[in-house]
Design a protein around this ligand. Sequence first.
Ligand code: A3P
Length: 314
Amino acid sequence: FGNTMDLPRPEMFDFHGVHMTHYFTDNWEKVQNFKARPNDIVVATYPKSGTTWVSYILDLLHFRQTDAERENTVPLDERVPFLEFFMPSLYTPGTEMADMLSTLLASSKLTFLFSLCPSPSGSRAAGYSNILRHSNKIFSFSAEIVYVARNAKDNVVSYFHFDCTEKIQPEPGDWKSFLQRFKDGKMVFGSWYDHVCGWWEKKQMYSNIHYMFFEDLVEDTGREIRGLCSFLGLSPSEDEREKIRGAVQFDVMKANPLTNLEDDTTLDFSISQFMRKGKVGDWKNHFTVAQNEQFDEHYKQMMKNATLQFRTEI
Ligand code: A3P
């Protein structure tokens, strides 16, 4: 499929109160009817917060010992299908791949996944309650959900570079307007604030949600792998865990075409690698002093009552 790069960039539209492009809604009927099984694991994230990293860790934890081939031959985005992504010409729809796998690992960026559970009225999540009627069959909440969140400043920087690189994302515009759009929540998959806060609220109520932070992963990957194991009831040997920790380091994943997603022809690698920097604090190279002050002010308004704390440096 050689002409992917020539595809026009998609427009965003309002989809049940969340900005989306058709790539994530064209298969909606199937997404709606998809039902996870009790031992399935779904990696839930806002875009650019560590989906690939955590998906790879989970894939290695589950399959490394039983299926060594998988790690060396199958691109990561096929091992852990992205459920709502639909681009038949290039990518087998996530819902169909998911049906074929025996133990499912999958990823989703749907903001409103969590509205499957009743939410206290007046909470951020309540804003999405209208989606409930449409999506209450997506996930039986017997599946394990691993949620990964990343601080807003690094998240928006990463998202900006990604949208410049990823030709099937909407036109990114310049950095200044992108930052404004992020603050306004007019991004594919909606508002970062709603996403991270909504899942945080749900985590307080449901024991099958494991809430992780990108910054913690950078600080101590081994500790976070142990945390995942204890959440999922896995007990790999220390040696095995150590091997996985080594395999998921940024430089190792960047050098690996299957995790750097080098088979993905919609990414323009002349602009950026998929595995770009993998740092905490790269926002300092992008925000002006004024942008930072305005961002902090806006952030305080948006996160007013949240017990949710992010680190913008480690
Ligand atoms: P940067 O653009 O800041 O480099 P997602 O997988 O959700 O799209 O997130 C992508 C971000 O996670 C990118 O951030 C990418 O470099 C970073 N990332 C992926 N694997 C990583 C790893 N092993 N170590 C550190 N960062 C990683």
